[in-house]
Each structure stands twice: as C-alpha cells, then as structure tokens.
Write a protein that binds this ligand. Sequence first.
Ligand SMILES: [Mg+2]
Length: 188
Amino acid sequence: MPRVGLVALVDMDGTLCDYNGTMERELAALRSPADLTAPLEESEREPPWLRSRITLIRRQPGWWRGLPRLERGFEILAELQALRFEIHVLTKGPAGAPIAWTEKLEWCQEHIPGIPVTITMDKGLVYGKVLVDDYPPYIERWLEWRPRGLVIMPAQPWNRGFEREGVIRYDGRNLAAIRGALQKLCEA
Ligand SMILES: [Mg+2]
C-alpha cells in the first residue's frame, strides 16, 4: 500500500516514453532534399512546414499509443514504488492533438497498469511532493507553487545545464543520490 499523502507525479513524454526520438525518426523519414538547403531565418527555430509535419505526425491514430518506453524513467518509477510513494502520472494534454488525450491513457494502461493518470494543460496546478519531469519550463511552473518540492529530472539534451534548488538531474549513474533524496522525503 502507498503511504498516504506521499504523492509523486511522473511525466510521460521524455520521461516514461520516447516522444522526441520517435518524432525525430519520423521527421527524418519525411525529409526531402530541398529541406536541407531551405534558408532558415535566425528567429525561425521551427519553420511553418516543419510545424505542419509535426502536427500531422501527432494526429496519426496509434502514434501516441505506440511510443516506446524510456528505461531511465522506469528506473525512477521503480525507486518510487519501492519507497511506497503514491504515484500519479502527470502529463500535458496537447491542445492541437485531442487524440493524444485518449492514447496517453491507453499507453499507461498498457505499460503501467493501475497507476492513475492526470492529463492537464497546466502541471503547476497539480499537488505532489515529488515531480519527475524532463522539461525545464514545466519544472519551473510547478516549483512556483511548491518551492520546497523535489524534482527529479531525467537527463535529456534540452535540460543540460538547467540547475535549480530542489532539482536533481538523473543521468543513469546517480541512482543512489535520487534514492537518498526520496528517502529523506519519506522520513519528513
Ligand atoms: Mg516531458
């Protein structure tokens, strides 16, 4: 049985499932020779044609449900389970892909059956003692309301160098540090 009130929130994309790797592979498959030479404005990190392709990929039936697991996220999940945290998945529901809302639930039912799922547009509103998330803007938003909360951030290229009080980056080699921080919360 989980300990009452010891709530841990666990993200999906970039934490439990490989959203970015899958997206990159599909975008690569759709690339045309012209894309590589298309001039890109300095401000255009994501030109309109690329955004459109991403939207099309995200709206394919079965795409979200079929995302592969990220083992690093599952390692953190196992630590939380061992310490009897009350685990909830906390994931952003994309406004432009309503199909994702259904398939995210289906993904959880298949890969982590029995764990409750919260799909939200604002992670900052959701209570927890721990947040496991890879994305700095969501981490900052959540910490605004829980300045003493603990965040475990699975290492990803986009969160390299992101440092805040209460945030521990998990790179696959520091599981003991993660365990120690979680144990401290259990004793508090
Ligand atoms: Mg994420």
